[in-house]
Design a protein around this ligand. Structure first.
Ligand code: S3P
Length: 423
């Protein structure tokens, strides 16, 4: 499937699917909880559906209707391998949950996920006493559940997935488990566990968890700021103003919005309360990007998934933008450093890939071209956003992959005024 795009103004008010990171965590916690949980705002992207499928294979009773999940907790030995599809969060967080369970399980994924590094979760879980085998550090991941013991672990890579895997394993381990992170990453797992009354404490860079039982809970998942970033970027490129309602305002997820503000965009954030420890509210974006962007390693985790969009926006800034410290992009759904440089280069941008980022010289006049999604949902949608600005026609091939996180993306872009034909 492909999208054909023409320059058009994107403006208006939007809502986006529920936050993917929160959905994975809420569903997994509900599946180990004692009692019934009801989760509203479950996004229907393929990644979250992979988590639902794995939890069902593990015997959890999950009923889904109109984005509302009713879950009765309780896991048992699966009779088939667990298929995490394209979802790194599903595979890594579930590895943490399964490492201390009294049964064996095997996590598999699609080709892209099978190329992504899994040793980063195996290593700390093995130190806790887990018995885990991989195929040379990659999926499939075979786990023989063992009684775990808490550890003190310093994250060698800034990864919320690894941190969460260790904390979830710690929920079931003997003694306390501490994860120390040199650069802070998204803290949804900690916030949810704390709001649910688990014994989890923060001390500077350290998070410590003691074992406990998750109670059944109710949660209304706010919108995904990573999905909201597409409408915001499209508005900035086309001179429109958008308001995205009801999104997570977790500071570890807002690096993109801070970045565009530094580039000269007007960003207004209106907080409207908290749900299980997650701040929620609306984001309004207008204006345009003018100043170049400097991204340093400490900024990266709070905007890791939005770097493709920031690179696109940097092509319109006046001067040289530099993004460093983002080597993790090499091991996302595809090598996003190579792929972003390839896509933006095809649109006539001046972009040079670095080992851990990019150098982008702007402003460039983008010219429509035929580009590929590289089998990566965020790159398919970045290509569509670029098409709002590029002269002539932009064609993005392989766009069905957008369903991984945002099945309604094309319809939402169209609703906001974007000229997009699906074919
Ligand atoms: C995620 C963490 C990030 C992010 C991914 C979702 C999460 O990955 O890129 O899309 O839900 O914990 P890493 O923690 O591996 O950097």
């Amino acid at each position: 499937m492909r999208w054909v795009l023409r320059p058009s103004q994107v403006a208006g008010t939007a809502s986006v699917p529920g936050d993917k990171s929160l959905a994975h965590r809420a569903l997994m916690l509900a599946a180990v909880a004692d009692g019934e949980s009801v989760i509203a705002g479950v996004p229907d992207g393929a990644d979250v559906m992979s988590t639902v499928a794995c939890l069902r294979t593990l015997g959890a009773d999950v009923t889904l209707a109109e984005n509302r999940a009713t879950v009765h907790g309780g896991l048992r030995a699966p009779v088939a391998p667990l298929n995490a599809g394209n979802s790194g969060t599903t595979m890594r967080l579930l590895a943490g949950i399964l490492a201390g369970r009294p049964f064996s399980s095997c996590l598999a994924g699609d080709d892209s996920l099978s190329r992504r590094p899994m040793q980063r979760v195996v290593e700390p879980l093995a130190r806790m006493g887990a018995e885990i085998e991989t195929s040379d550090g990659h999926a499939p991941v075979s786990i023989r559940g063992r009684r775990l013991t808490g550890i003190r672990y310093r994250l060698p890579v800034a990864s919320a997935q690894v941190k969460s895997a260790v904390l979830l394993a710690g929920l079931d381990a003997e003694g306390e488990t501490t994860v120390s992170e040199p650069i802070p990453t998204r803290d949804h797992t900690e916030r949810l566990l704390s709001a649910l009354g688990l014994d989890i404490t923060l001390d500077g860079k350290d998070v410590t968890i003691r074992p406990g039982i998750v109670p059944g809970f109710r949660f209304d998942i706010p919108g995904d700021p990573s999905s909201a970033a597409f409408a915001a970027a499209a508005a900035l490129l086309s001179g429109g103003e958008v308001t995205i309602r009801n999104v997570s305002l977790n500071t570890h997820r807002l690096g993109f919005f801070r970045g565009i503000q530094r580039m000269g965009a007007d960003v207004e954030i209106r907080t409207g309360g908290e749900r299980l420890g997650e701040p929620v509210g609306d984001i309004r974006v207008s204006g345009r990007v003018q100043s170049p962007l400097l991204i340093e390693p400490g900024d990266v985790p709070s905007l890791i998934d939005e770097i493709p969009l920031l690179a696109l926006l940097a092509t319109q800034a006046e001067g040289r933008s530099v993004i460093r410290g983002a080597r993790e992009l090499r091991v996302k759904e595809t090598d996003r450093i190579l792929a972003v440089a390839e896509i933006l280069g095809r649109l006539d941008a001046s972009i040079v890939p670095l080992d851990d980022g990019f150098v982008i010289d702007g402003p460039s006049r983008l010219r429509g071209a035929t580009i590929q999604s590289h089998g990566d949902h965020r790159l398919a949608m970045m290509g569509a956003v670029a098409g709002m600005r590029a002269d002539g026609e932009t064609v993005v091939n392989g766009v069905e992959v957008a369903d991984v996180s945002y099945p309604g993306f094309a319809a939402d872009l169209h609703r906001l005024g974007g000229t997009i034909d699906v074919g």
